[in-house]
Design a protein around this ligand. Structure first.
Ligand code: ADP
Ligand code: MG
Length: 258
């Protein structure tokens, strides 16, 4: 479960070609780390995979667990078990976090959380936020913690995480990343995680990494190694080395150069 296959995917936003012929597979039970400078198309990729409006697939195919989802809407994709966490989680006035979490769990507002669920809420340090409107006045870290807990309660097969570590303090980062790792390990779900920092890799075990630069994938290899190389050399030079070590998630059936 949670196998995503992307073939020759090109995407336009507002008439401009942003993603250019991407080919990759996401493996079940594994985290895949996507690096890339601002504006390279990372959020575009995640939003396209989720099927959000405004992203025009001009060529290619997206398969999830063997089902062609290229033309499916966001609701159908979510029912198949795909979820997204936003780079900027929105505020939802009038909806209490506790009620939203119950909805994620398939409970009615009058049902109580189980002991296991309460323990999870405590692990995310969100108990005192249950009666507050979702994300309203939450700090960056609190928003991200609430967002990731909602996703975990939805029991997804594929997690698309857009910078889950941005604006997050070290303690919250550890909390979020440890829980993501635990979820992936115990359920066999897969994850595509966008990050600019390497800190998250202390807690999330990931063998698959790559760089998205100018809408194209480069440099499929160990994420920690990519991160060190980006720090030392920058994206352009890192991409130029052309050494690949993790062939695993590059879709070999296509003729991409790297
Ligand atoms: N709604 C939009 N209208 C016009 N351009 C957009 C829109 N969304 C994204 N873009 C452009 O697409 C490119 C990739 O954006 P994005 O996927 O957000 O990059 P990243 O997440 O890697 O920083 C950028 O040049 C951005 O300005
Ligand atoms: Mg982005």
């Amino acid at each position: 479960m949670g196998t995503l296959e992307v073939k020759n995917l090109s995407v336009k936003v507002e008439g401009k070609l942003i993603l250019k012929n991407l080919n990759f597979n996401l493996k079940p039970g594994a985290s895949h780390i996507l690096f890339g400078p601002n504006g390279s198309g990372k959020t575009t990729l995640i939003n396209t995979l989720m099927g959000l409006p405004g992203y025009e697939v001009v060529s290619g195919q997206i398969l999830f667990d063997g089902i062609d989802i290229t033309l499916k809407g966001v609701d159908e994709r979510s029912k198949l078990g795909i979820v997204v966490s936003f780079q900027y989680p929105p505020e939802i006035t009038g909806v209490k976090l506790g009620d939203l979490l119950k909805l994620c769990l398939g409970k009615t507002a009058t049902e109580e959380f189980s002991q296991e669920e309460i323990t999870k809420i405590e692990a995310f340090n969100l108990t005192r936020f249950l009666n507050r409107d979702v994300n309203l006045g939450f700090s960056g870290g609190e928003r991200k913690r609430s967002e990731i807990l909602q996703l975990i309660f939805l029991k997804p097969k594929l997690l698309l995480l857009d910078e889950p570590d941005s604006g997050v303090d070290v303690e919250s980062l550890k909390m979020i990343a440890t829980e993501i790792q635990k979820y992936i390990e115990t359920t066999g779900a897969s994850a595509l995680i966008i990050t600019h920092k390497g800190d998250i890799l202390e807690y999330i075990k990931a063998s698959y990494g790559c760089i998205l630069l100018n809408g194209q994938f480069h440099c499929f290899k160990d994420p920690l190694r990519i991160y060190e190389e980006i720090k030392q050399m920058g994206y352009e030079e890192c991409v130029a080395c052309r050494i690949r070590t993790s062939e695993g998630w590059r879709n070999e059936q296509n003729n991409q150069r790297k």
